[in-house]
Write a protein that binds this ligand. Structure first.
Ligand code: ATP
Ligand code: MG
Length: 334
């Protein structure tokens, strides 16, 4: 049977990349009738410092974004990762299955740890192992994410295959399919066409937050980095114009058009004509979601109900799987 699983970290304000690369995809899959398990990744969030006073609010905010973007708790299971103990338990077993050499190749750790590898948390290093546990606990068949998670999803498949093989339980964990081909699988920073848009980017100008108002969005797009040229002609290679390519991709994803159609519409025009149109589009796509998030955050009772119910439904699937794993590994069982 089909089972979709994905998560978003409770590590700060959501942005346009999260919306186009993740949230918009989740609702599409739900609306196709696929059972979806969507969690708020608070265990992942603390791999970098999170103020405890803010973490709870950030967790509710991600839940609000799920609901506001069209996920229906009657159809989809929405829950906080830390509320289902099985995630941490399975992650430990997987820490003993995954090899150091596999983790040494992970580019996200290299990017996030930067020049200060020795000062990073151990959790940041083993993050992809926890991610494998998140996915395999539910025996997920499909995992929609942005393109940045592709390498971690391959690692998940390697961990599943090694567990199945080491313990002689072929097919115990099915190998999940990564779905990284969304409308905009890699939205780039507005300030740097070689870096992805991220919650953790210190520059707020680099991203459009779901909570930005129309003026802020218009300002960030107006000031976004471009180049001295004009909008490209149809068929023009954009390899050396990454910022321009990014803005076109965003426009295409927001308007459900192909990049070629967008290029044809604006070919040869100045950015002064294109940018306000892009800003209008971003505002009209995001404003209803933002408004609904604000409504949900005003009284958190509804969100808390959804998260509690989701945690129970998720644990009902995950707990028996981790119990089976304990038996397979040979842990003493009463
Ligand atoms: P952080 O900087 O804390 O890692 P993030 O912006 O990368 O935050 P995550 O919570 O790590 O957000 O990712 C949530 C989902 O959003 C994942 O599926 C991820 O692949 C997707 N995503 C994140 N950034 C982008 C982006 N720039 N373009 C498309 N998808 C993205
Ligand atoms: Mg990330």
């Amino acid at each position: 049977p089909r089972r979709v699983l994905s998560g978003i970290q409770a590590s700060g304000a959501l942005h346009l990349g999260n919306y186009l690369g993740a949230l918009k995809r989740f609702t599409q899959l739900q609306d196709q009738g696929a059972p979806c398990f969507l969690f708020v990744a608070d265990l992942h969030a603390i791999t970098v410092w999170q103020d405890p006073a803010l973490l709870t609010a950030q967790t509710r905010e991600i839940a609000a974004a799920y609901l506001a973007s069209g996920l229906d708790p009657a159809k989809s299971v929405i829950f906080p990762q830390s509320a289902v103990r099985a995630h941490a338990e399975l992650a430990w077993v997987f820490n003993c299955v995954a090899r150091l050499g596999w983790l040494d190749r992970m580019t996200q750790f290299k990017e996030k740890s930067g020049k200060h590898k020795e000062r990073s948390s151990v959790g940041l290093y083993t993050y992809p192992v926890l991610q494998a546990a998140d996915i395999l606990l539910y025996k997920a068949t499909e995992v929609p994410t942005g393109e940045d998670q592709k390498q971690h999803l391959e690692l998940t498949r390697d961990i599943a295959a090694k567990f199945n093989n080491d313990f002689g339980v072929p097919d115990f964990f099915p190998l999940p399919e990564p779905l990284t081909q969304g409308p905009a699988p890699r939205v780039m920073s507005l300030r740097d066409g070689s870096a992805k848009m991220s919650k953790s980017d210190p520059s707020d100008q680099s991203r459009i937050n779901l909570t930005d108002d129309a003026d802020a969005i218009a300002g960030k797009i107006r000031k976004s980095k471009t180049d001295m040229g004009v909008m490209p002609e149809v068929g023009e290679a954009l390899d050396d114009r990454p910022e321009v390519r990014n803005l076109i991709s965003i426009y295409a994803a927001l308007s459900d058009q192909s990049k070629d159609a967008v290029t044809a519409e604006f070919a040869g025009q100045g950015f002064g004509a294109f940018k306000p149109r892009l800003a209008d589009l971003a505002v009209s796509a995001m404003a209803p979601i933002t408004a609904e998030m604000r409504r949900l955050m005003a009284d958190t009772a509804e969100i808390d109900r959804v998260l509690k119910d989701g945690a129970e439904r998720a644990a009902a699937i995950a707990d028996p799987v981790v119990d089976e794993v304990k038996t397979i590994v040979g842990f003493w069982r009463a």
